[in-house]
Design a protein around this ligand. Structure first.
Ligand code: NAG
Ligand code: NAG
Ligand code: NAG
Ligand code: NAG
Ligand code: NAG
Length: 491
C-alpha cells in the first residue's frame, strides 16, 4: 500500500534539488553554482541530470571519446558547457538529443573548451539559425556532422576559421537557401560538403567561393530550379557534384566553366527540358554524366563537344526523339572501350536514319554492356512504313509489347499489324531489328540543319509519323526502291 505521505516525501525529494538549483542559478549565488558545475568532470555522468556523457575513460583529462545525450526538458546552461574543460583530451564528441528533450544551439561553448577536438557530431537538436563561428574556430577539427537538426538558416561565417576541417555534413536539415557568406573565410582543407535533403531553392552567387579545395558537393533532394556559372565560383577542385532530385529545368551555356576538374555530374530526376549546346563546355575531365529521368526532347549536336572523357552516360527515361551521330561523335571512341556504360532506354526515339550509327557501334564495340544496351533500344515507326519495310526485306519485324498501351500481357508479341483499332498508330520496334538501310530517311530529314530548333524538328517529326499521307507514301516508295537495290546487291 502506497500511502499519500510517502508520495509527498518522494515528490519533495525529487523536487528540492531542482528548486535549490534553480534558486541558486537565478539568485546571487549564481557564480558559486556555475563554478561548482563547471568544475564537475563531464564524463562522470552521476553529476548530470541534463547532459549525460559516456566517455571511454573517466578520470579528469583522460577521455578521448565522449557520447553525450541531452536528456532533460531544460536546455543545458553555460555552466554545463564550461565543464568540458575537465576533459581537454577529448578528440571525438557527439551530442544526441533524446526525444522529449531540447537543444536549440550548436554547443559552441563546449567545443571551445576542447583544444584537441577532431570530430564533432550534433543530431536531433532544433537549431533555427547557425551563428557565426559556430564550431569555435577549432584548430584541429576535421569532421563536423550537423545532420538532422532542423537548421533553417546560416549566419555569415557560420563555418569559418577551421584550418583542418575536411568534411562538413549539413544534410537533412531545413535550409531554404545557401547564403553568399556562410562558408569561410579560412576553410582551406574542406573537401566534402553535404547539403543534401534540405529545402534549398536558392544558392547565392559565390556561396562556395572560399572552398577552393572542395572535391565533393552534395545538393541532391532539394528544390533548386536554377543553377548557373556563378553558383559554382571558386570550386576549381570540385570532382563530384550531386544535383539529383531537384527541379532544374534549363542548363545554360557555360554553367560548369568554374568547375573544370569535374569528373562526375549527377542530374538524375530533375525537370530538365533544355540543355543548351554549350552547357557542358569546359568539362574535359568529366567521366560520369547522369541525366536519367528528365524531360529532354533533343540534345544539340554540340552538347558533347570537348566532353570526350565521358565513360558513363545515362539518358534513360527522357523524351528524346533522336540522338544524332554528330552528337555522339565525341564519345564514339569511348563507346568501343570496355569501360564505357551507355543507357538510352525509356525515350521516345523515332526509327529513322539518324539512329543508323547505332548499328555501326553495335558492330564495332567489344563492350558487352554497350551492345546489350543498344539491343534493348526501341523506337517508334509508323505502322504502314513498318509493314512496307518488313515486306520489302522479307523479314518479320516484331513490334514489342509496348507498341500500344502499356499493360498488355507481358511477353505478348503481336506480329499482326492489322489488328483492329490500330490504324494510324505507330509501332514500337527494337531498333537493331531494322536493317540500317531500311531506316527511313525522308528528304526533309537529310536537309535538317545540325542545330535544329525544336519547332523545326517537331514539324519534321509529324510528317514522318504519318499525318501527311502524301509524304508517307512517297517515303514508302523511296524505301521500297532502295530496298530492292539493296537486295540486288546482297544477292
Ligand atoms: C592527454 O593526452 C596526451 C597525449 O595525447 C597525454 O600525454 C596526456 O597524458 C593526456 N592527459 C591525461 C590527463 O591523460
Ligand atoms: C573565432 O574567430 C572569430 C574571428 O577571428 C572571433 O570573432 C571569434 O570570437 C572566435 N571564436 C572563438 C570561439 O574563438
Ligand atoms: C521550404 O522553404 C519554403 C520557402 O522557400 C517554405 O515556404 C517551406 O515551408 C519550406 N518547407 C519546409 C518543409 O521547411
Ligand atoms: C579505355 O578507357 C580508359 C579510361 O577509362 C583508358 O585509360 C583506356 O586507354 C581506354 N582504352 C582504349 C583502347 O581507348
Ligand atoms: C560489321 O563489321 C565487319 C567488319 O568489322 C563488316 O564486315 C560487317 O559488314 C559489319 N556488319 C554490319 C552489319 O555492319
Amino acid at each position: 500500500m502506497v500511502r499519500p505521505w510517502y508520495l509527498l516525501l518522494l515528490l519533495a525529494v525529487l523536487l528540492i534539488p531542482d528548486a535549490v538549483v534553480s534558486k541558486k542559478k537565478h539568485g546571487h549565488h549564481k557564480h558559486g553554482y556555475d563554478d561548482l558545475v563547471s568544475s564537475v568532470n563531464v564524463c562522470d555522468s552521476q553529476h548530470q541530470q541534463i547532459l549525460c556523457c559516456f566517455c571511454d575513460s573517466f578520470s579528469p583529462g583522460t577521455a578521448e571519446d565522449a557520447n553525450c545525450w541531452v536528456c532533460n526538458e531544460r536546455p543545458p546552461g553555460n555552466a554545463i558547457w564550461d565543464s568540458f574543460s575537465s576533459q581537454q583530451n577529448i578528440t571525438h564528441i557527439s551530442f544526441t538529443v533524446r526525444p522529449g528533450s531540447s537543444l536549440s544551439i550548436i554547443p559552441t561553448r563546449a567545443l571551445s573548451r576542447l583544444p584537441k577536438l577532431t570530430t564533432v557530431k550534433v543530431q536531433y537538436a532544433i537549431v533555427a539559425e547557425v551563428p557565426s563561428f559556430a564550431l569555435a574556430n577549432a584548430s584541429l577539427l576535421r569532421e563536423a556532422t550537423l545532420a538532422r537538426n532542423q537548421i533553417l538558416s546560416l549566419r555569415p561565417s557560420a563555418f569559418a576559421n577551421l584550418p583542418m576541417l575536411s568534411t562538413l555534413d549539413l544534410s537533412e536539415n531545413r535550409l531554404s537557401s545557401v547564403p553568399s557568406d556562410a562558408f569561410g573565410p579560412h576553410l582551406p582543407e574542406l573537401r566534402r560538403l553535404f547539403l543534401d535533403r534540405n529545402n534549398i531553392s536558392a544558392v547565392a552567387d559565390g556561396a562556395f567561393k572560399h572552398l577552393t579545395h572542395l572535391e565533393e558537393l552534395e545538393l541532391n533532394s532539394n528544390e533548386l530550379t536554377d543553377i548557373q556559372k556563378n553558383t559554382f565560383l571558386g570550386l576549381q577542385s570540385l570532382k563530384r557534384i550531386d544535383l539529383r532530385s531537384n527541379r532544374l529545368v534549363v542548363l545554360r551555356d557555360g554553367t560548369f566553366l568554374e568547375t573544370p576538374s569535374l569528373q562526375e555530374l549527377d542530374m538524375d530526376e530533375n525537370k530538365l527540358e533544355l540543355v543548351e549546346p554549350k552547357a557542358f563546355e569546359g568539362l574535359h575531365r568529366l567521366m560520369r554524366l547522369r541525366l536519367r529521368d528528365n524531360k529532354l526532347k533533343l540534345l544539340s549536336d554540340s552538347t558533347f563537344v570537348g566532353v570526350n572523357n565521358v565513360h558513363f552516360l545515362d539518358l534513360r527515361d527522357n523524351d528524346l526523339l533522336t540522338l544524332t551521330a554528330t552528337a555522339v561523335e565525341p564519345l564514339r571512341r569511348n563507346l568501343k572501350n570496355v569501360t564505357m556504360s551507355f543507357y538510352l532506354e525509356g525515350n521516345n526515339l523515332v526509327c529513322d536514319c539518324r539512329l543508323a550509327w547505332m548499328h555501326d557501334v553495335h558492330n564495332e564495340t567489344a563492350n558487352e554492356r554497350v551492345r546489350s544496351s543498344l539491343e534493348e533500344l526501341k523506337c517508334r515507326l509508323h505502322r504502314d512504313m513498318a509493314a512496307a519495310a518488313a515486306a520489302a526485306v522479307g523479314i518479320t519485324l516484331l513490334p514489342t509489347e509496348d507498341t500500344e498501351e502499356q499493360g498488355d500481357d507481358a511477353g505478348l508479341r503481336r506480329d499482326d499489324y492489322e489488328e483492329e483499332g490500330h490504324s494510324g498508330g505507330d509501332v514500337v520496334i527494337h531498333l537493331l531489328q531494322i536493317p540500317p538501310e531500311v531506316l527511313p530517311c525522308p528528304e526533309e530529314r537529310r536537309v535538317l540543319p545540325l542545330d535544329v530548333d525544336e519547332e523545326t524538328l517537331f514539324t519534321a517529326e509529324e510528317e514522318v509519323s504519318g499525318v501527311s499521307g502524301a509524304v508517307k507514301e512517297e517515303a514508302v516508295i523511296v524505301l521500297i526502291a532502295a530496298l530492292s537495290v539493296a537486295r540486288l546487291v546482297i544477292s
